[in-house]
Design a protein around this ligand. Structure first.
Ligand code: PHE
Ligand code: ZN
Ligand code: CA
Ligand code: ZN
Ligand code: ZN
Length: 289
């Protein structure tokens, strides 16, 4: 598996922090810090040769955007997708939630492009707007696709909070028939000696719109407002009786609110999944035209 650079990923997070700091302390929907976040991620992907599309939609907080990027090449009938939300809440910079997932998806995609290999499948990444207003960007995106386009998406991996300061290693328990992505994540963690737990997050992040349509989904998560139990502190370290992320949705969700070991382990898990699914043989499952 590839080693996704935690140094590069942290540099993206430092840039998202600087964007928030220069724009009133947040990267909220409809505000300048969100637009600047889109421009930062788009600039990196454009420079690496991705084809980027900005999709605008309106919300009660103003007009906002999704950013979709594809790597040239690969079979467009078999789309492998990674994504996470790029917006923050209004009262903080949103560096763990979800700068961490955004930076991880970005760096994994850049690393794949830099590796020079050609993906068998079409690699697509999504950066969703207005998640904090009710998963609006991912819902808008799915509604914007024709049935034929939706049916080409073979897997969607969601990345929302992966560097919580008192981390756990949670894998979404999603496992509809024919979906092995959850098990690929858990066997990856097991192979690295990282204890993991399943978590039921059905309605709480951007995989929901994909899952509702019937697309195989999976995701990883290092924890939010829930308190770490003593059993969890024994297996993962950290502090029992304390939230996985005590700064969840707060002004202190800054670059000081990150566990870089959790970040590194989780971006390497994303790298593993990206390399695996980019090369996966979907055989004769190509949908009819
Ligand atoms: N989607 C939630 C938020 O952005 C966080 C979350 C992620 C909760 C994954 C559960 C599982 O606030
Ligand atoms: Zn691997
Ligand atoms: Ca790494
Ligand atoms: Zn949030
Ligand atoms: Zn989130």
């Amino acid at each position: 598996s590839p080693d996704i650079s935690v140094t590069n990923t942290k540099a993206h997070l430092d840039q998202l922090q600087a964007i928030a700091t220069a724009n009133g302390g947040n990267r909220y929907t409809g505000r300048s810090g969100y637009t600047a976040s889109i421009n930062y991620v788009k600039g990196k992907l454009d420079a690496a040769g991705f084809t980027t599309t900005v999709q605008s939609f309106s919300t009660s907080a103003g007009t906002t955007q999704n950013l979709i990027a594809e790597l040239p090449g690969g079979d467009a009938n078999n789309v492998v997708m990674l994504g996470g939300h790029l917006d923050s809440v209004s009262n903080g910079p949103g560096i763990n939630d979800n700068g961490s997932g955004s930076a991880g998806v970005l760096e994994a995609a850049l690393a794949y492009a830099a590796s020079g290999q050609s993906a068998k499948n079409k690699l697509r990444v999504g950066f969703w707007g207005a998640e904090e207003l009710g998963l609006l960007g991912s819902k808008y995106y799915m509604n914007s696709l024709s049935t034929a386009e939706k049916d080409k998406i073979r897997v969607y991996l969601n990345v929302d909070m992966i560097a919580s300061p008192n981390p756990g290693y949670f894998v979404y328990d999603d496992n509809p028939a024919g979906n092995s992505a959850r098990d690929e994540f858990t066997s990856y963690y097991t192979s690295k000696g990282i204890p993991w737990e399943y978590i039921d997050v059905q309605g709480r992040s951007d995989h929901a719109a994909f899952r509702s349509y019937g697309i195989p989904t999976a995701g990883i998560f290092s924890g939010a407002e829930t308190l770490k139990t003593s059993a969890q502190a024994q297996k993962w370290g950290g502090t029992s009786g304390r939230a996985f992320d005590p700064c969840y949705h707060s002004s202190c969700d800054s670059v000081s609110n990150l566990d870089l070991t959790a970040l590194d382990r989780n971006i390497d898990a994303l790298g593993h999944m990206l390399w695996l699914y980019a090369a996966k043989d979907y055989g004769t499952t190509t949908p009819p035209a």
